[in-house]
Write a new protein. Structure first.
Lengths: 238, 823
């Protein structure tokens, strides 16, 4: 009987393992389906045409950047809280901002406000190198682990005040600021290449914001375009 | 508070020592219970508005008044339904209500703090309506129990005296809570209110026996202790994560360094790594912004304190923001006197300093901020507040400018609200006396010959507040018969801010050239100057259409009113009669919202539509809690009498149609909403109480109400005429003098407003006493609705119309009162 009991326990264990794997497989398939649906309905239908952006949005598993508690809402058309008063942006806004940066496979991009790491992951699918800075240390450590685990090797992260940019690696073809600011920090403008593009949402989080694109025509001339008004509202609060 | 506690205890001990010497239900004994219950209800109501403003948003404060009145209405209905049982078990009912009152206050407050309500998500997250209902219940129940005590007393004891205690208690409460706000944090005051309420319950229990008295005393002490601990340990002081301070506190090493409180609000100074604030800094600024400290007002409206050691190079970035334009337009010889409205952390002073103004005057309403800057942060900020060149005036802007004869080279009104408040529309239902035609006219008249008035505001798209501001200025210049108004205006914008300059003298060619140069070197866009060409606008910060330029051109043309009508938002100039600058909603806006959804215009900016939407559930809830239960009264006791309904409905509406516009109108005179609210409420209540006390002694009994109503109507007409003559005389007086003037002005009105209600109740009590709580409930129902209607009508038609409607209500009530004897 004792040996039977052992066999029985082993069988139960194997069955549990298989069912768990099957579930995981199921979840991955489910997430993939949701992601494809997200790209089609929320992104393509709203006018995002850049195929590299659409492809990146299809590839990057958004749910791994979302806290477990909210993972089921990962592919909904909303930003979600990630703690520390920050959010992971609405998928459409991520796609729109990425498209506005006009990246190619040789681009070097700087992101100010790493947050969940999702935006950096999307950028890394298109650009050659992505540098990202986060001012909240705990968030920086947490996101760094997620990015490392998921194998995003072309992303370099740094803990620090984004106001000063990342001068050692400048100039950049594109700078994306993912946190609302009262003004555009002068060091960031200096670190942008001539012809480079900066994308920045201006306004408080959770409210109506202006999405701006700044193009550096020369050292003295920058052209700013107000793209649209966006509103960041989390589905569920902390 | 300590005095009150001692007073209650002395009465309690006296009665306890002489148990046989007291008539259990004696009028005097109940008067003190009614006094303290009314006292705490008013304290609770006002302190809730403060706590709402700190943890959530000020705009929700108006909802507390409706809630309190709903509690009163529902209590009347409950008393009507339970009248027989109350008659049999008077002590039991009163004691239960007295005890549940503070208990529900504690539990309701905990529930309030734990409810994740956020007005910005209404229309997006359906759960918000449920949370709103939860708020309603959590906050409303204490008012119900408190009002039940007063209602029972009114049905059993002489109405005049009981109503007198009720009103005097409320009036004293309104003043008391403002006075202690200088000494205690709002949370401590709330705990104090629960202590007084529990002591009132204990006081009443002394009327029973020794054991019960001691049991209630111990139980009250335990509950107060548990509640006090809960406030600290259940994180009840947590403020909304959507407020600016919450976001700042997420920055590394963020800490609240100083905290000061007063009736004007909670002031907190935050230090954090990476905290920098300056609005609209040029993209090509060669100068950087240093790490600063932030002063927050009720968790919002951050004003930066910039580290300064007297070196101009550290503040040169201040010449690369749009509000620096007027400083660049003035000649050196004209940099003599500048007035900065709302100096806060001192950015405006530093800007004037950078440009070598000889005499810098800064207006700051909040004395706590002035003290912080002069004492605690004097070293950090370069001691600028104490410098001989700088004069800080601790006064409200309108009040000061109306009272001074000084003329200035430059008057600057910059960024007095944060982007949060500007973009979110949370002030949509709040009045402001700063942005009105009359206000701008006053500022303009205080400019020197070549002086400039500069107003900088956030850029919000689609444009609305900036256009309304321009329209107000145009209207103000028109009212002064200024010719060629377009020659007096320069308007520029950046990514985030727009600066409007109004010049006393026509703008010279040289100033236009300076403006062009200023904008070109900073990549700012010019919106308007006289003679501007279309290819000069929308160059650096490109919008799909040059809407600012087109709007300015239209507003300065003869077709201005057509443009106003066709525009999607209400950009008509605000004036002192309708000082709702932040209300941009009009019928056409609804079409815009339907087209673009709440993504563009959040629910909080729906202006008076919010009131209409709020009115529907309030009517339903009030009807369900106040009127429907009355239908279950036994036949013959239903008292569904049209005359009672009309009379108590009309005086319910009339009272608030007088009180609410008075509060709003006198904000301008008393310089702050909190002073206005407390002084007017307490004056009206105390004098109404006195009126109620003497109501049996004046006029012929039959026509007492009619005569009182006629006098009330006459006084209001008189107010409409004399307010604008008397108030300006005292505009520069000390706030104490202003309060005294207000009290004297309101005394006769309050006295006569205290007569109709108790006299009406007395009339029906003589005939059918069971109808007293019914009438109390009906009055409450109409009062709830009237609080919302008063604001709605003020936005739509102005204060004068609301006053006129109040006159109609009182006159109507006076006529109906003649028929009450036949009830």
């Amino acid at each position: 009987m004792p040996s039977n009991k052992k066999y029985f326990i082993c069988i139960i264990f194997i069955l549990l393992l298989i069912s768990n794997l099957a579930c995981a497989q199921d979840s991955e398939t489910k997430y993939k389906k949701e992601r494809d649906w997200m790209v089609k309905i929320q992104i393509e239908n709203r006018g995002i045409k850049d195929t590299t952006v659409l492809s990146a949005m299809k590839d990057v598993p958004r749910h791994i950047f979302v806290p477990k508690l909210y993972r089921m809402f990962s592919y909904e058309d909303r930003p979600l809280p990630i703690g520390y008063g920050q959010t992971i942006s609405q998928p459409y806004i991520v796609a729109l901002m990425t498209e506005l940066l006009k990246l190619n496979k040789d681009s070097k991009a700087l992101e100010v406000g790493t947050g969940s790491g999702y935006q950096a992951a999307i950028l890394s699918k298109i650009a050659k190198k992505v540098y990202t800075i986060e001012i909240i240390e705990e968030l920086h450590i947490k996101t760094n682990k997620v990015l490392e685990k998921a194998g995003y090797d072309t992303i370099k992260t740094k803990f620090g005040d984004g106001y000063y940019g990342w001068e050692e690696c400048a100039p950049y073809d594109a700078i994306i600021v993912t946190c609302a600011a009262e003004f555009v920090p002068p060091p960031l403008i200096k670190q942008l290449k001539i012809g480079g593009i900066m994308c920045i949402p201006v306004g408080p989080p959770f409210r109506v914001q202006n999405l701006l694109v700044i193009t550096k025509k020369s050292e003295e001339l920058l052209e700013t375009k107000v793209i649209t008004q966006v509103r960041f509202v989390p589905l569920i609060r902390k | 508070m300590v005095m009150s506690t001692k007073f209650i205890l002395s009465i309690a001990s006296h009665w306890y020592k002489n148990p046989n010497g007291i008539k259990k239900k004696s009028t005097e004994f109940i008067q003190s219970v009614v006094f303290f219950t009314s006292f705490t209800i008013l304290c609770y109501e006002i302190i809730l508005t403060r706590i709402f403003a700190i943890t959530q948003w000020q705009n929700l404060a108006a909802f507390i008044i409706s809630l309190a009145l709903l509690g009163f209405g529902a209590s009347g209905t409950a008393i009507a339904l339970l009248k027989n049982q109350i008659d049999k078990h008077f002590n039991g009912f009163v004691l239960t209500a007295l005890f549940l009152y503070p208990l529900s206050m504690c539990l309701g407050f905990i529930l309030y703090c734990k409810t994740p309500f956020n007005p910005f998500e209404i229309g997006i997250d359906n759960r918000q309506l449920y949370y709103f209902l939860q708020y309603f219940i959590a906050m409303g129940i204490p008012f119900f129990f408190g009002a039940t005590v007063i209602g029972i007393a009114l049905t059993r004891f002489p109405i005049g005296k009981t109503y007198f205690s009720n009103l005097i208690g409320s009036g004293v409460g309104a003043i008391f809570v403002v006075a202690v706000s200088y000494l205690l944090h709002p949370y401590s005051i709330l705990i104090g209110i629960t202590i007084i309420s529990f002591l009132t319950a204990t006081l009443f229990s002394s009327n029973l026996n020794k054991t019960k008295f001691i049991a209630f005393l111990i139980l009250s002490a335990v509950l107060v202790g548990v509640f006090s601990l809960s406030v600290n340990y259940l994180h009840l002081k947590k403020i909304s994560q959507y407020k600016s301070i919450s976001k700042t506190l997420n920055l590394p090493n963020a800490v609240i360094e100083k905290e000061r409180y007063s009736p004007l609000g909670l002031v907190q100074v935050v230090e954090a790594e990476g905290l920098r604030s300056t609005v609209g800094l040029s993209l090509v600024s060669p100068y950087e912004v240093p790490v600063q400290k932030g002063i927050f007002f009720d968790g919002e409206a951050m004003s930066a304190i910039t580290p300064f050691d007297g070196e101009k190079k550290d503040i040169k970035y201040l010449n690369y923001i749009p509000s620096a334009l007027p400083y660049n337009l003035l000649e050196d010889s004209e940099k003599e006197k500048v007035l900065i409205v709302g100096v806060g952390g001192g950015e405006g002073i530093l800007k004037a300093w950078l440009h070598d103004f000889k005499n810098i005057s800064g207006l700051e309403l909040n004395g706590k901020v002035v003290k912080l800057m002069k004492d605690d942060y004097s070293t950090y900020s370069g001691n600028i507040y104490n410098h001989p060149r700088v004069t800080i005036i601790n006064k409200e802007a309108r009040g000061f400018i109306q009272s001074t004869n000084t003329k200035y080279n430059l008057i600057e009104i910059s960024m007095l609200d944060t982007y949060n408040t500007a973009a979110s529309g949370i002030y949509a239902l709040n009045e402001t006396n700063l942005y009105t035609v009359e206000s701008i006219r006053e500022f303009f008249l205080h400019l020197k010959e070549n002086g400039l008035l500069a107003i900088t505001r956030w850029v919000v798209n689609p444009p609305r507040d900036n256009l309304k501001m321009l329209n107000i200025c145009i209207q103000a210049l028109k009212s002064l018969n200024i010719k060629d108004i377009s020659k007096h205006i320069i308007y520029i914008r950046t990514i985030q801010a727009a600066t409007l300059i109004i010049s006393k003298a026509p703008i010279s060619e040289e100033m236009i050239n300076k403006t062009k140069e200023f904008c070109k070197t900073r990549l700012f866009d010019i919106i308007y100057y006289d003679g501007i060409k279309e290819n000069e606008v929308n160059r650096f910060v490109k919008l799909d259409t040059p809407i600012y330029y087109l709007a300015a051109k239209n507003l300065l043309s003869e077709n201005a009113s057509d443009f106003e009508d066709e525009y999607d938002f209400d950009i008509k100039p605000a004036n002192d009669n309708r000082p709702y600058f932040y209300n941009f909603f009009k019928y056409k806006t609804l079409k815009y919202i339907l087209k673009y959804g709440t993504d563009k215009i959040p629910f909080t900016e729906w202006g008076y539509l919010t009131l209409i939407l709020l009115l529907i559930p309030v009517i339903i809830i009030s009807f369900v809690f106040v009127v429907v239960p009355l239908l279950f009264l036994k036949k013959g006791k239903r008292g569904l009498n049209i005359k009672i309904l009309l009379f108590f409905g009309l005086i319910g509406i009339g009272f608030f149609f007088i009180e609410m516009p008075l509060i709003q109108k006198l904000i301008l005179f008393l310089s702050h909403p909190t002073y206005s609210l407390s002084v007017i409420i307490s004056s009206l209540l105390v004098f109404s109480g006195i009126g109620s006390y003497f109501s049996d002694k004046i006029f012929n009994a039959e026509k007492r109400i009619l005569y009182s109503s006629l006098i009330i109507a006459s006084i209001i007409i008189l107010y409409l005429i004399v307010f604008d003559i008397i108030l300006p005389v005292f505009m520069n007086a000390n706030v104490i003098i202003k309060i005294l003037v207000t009290i004297i002005l309101l005394a006769p009105l309050g006295f006569f407003m205290g007569i109709p209600f108790p006299q009406g109740l007395s009339k029906i009590k003589r005939i059918e006493s069971f109808k007293v709580p019914w009438a109390w409930g009906i009055n409450g129902f109409f009062s709830v609705i009237s609080t919302i209607l008063a604001t709605l009508f003020a936005i739509l038609f102005g204060f004068r119309v609301v006053f006129i409607l109040a006159i109609v209500c009182y006159l109507g009530a006076g006529i109906v009162s003649l028929k009450l004897k036949k009830v």
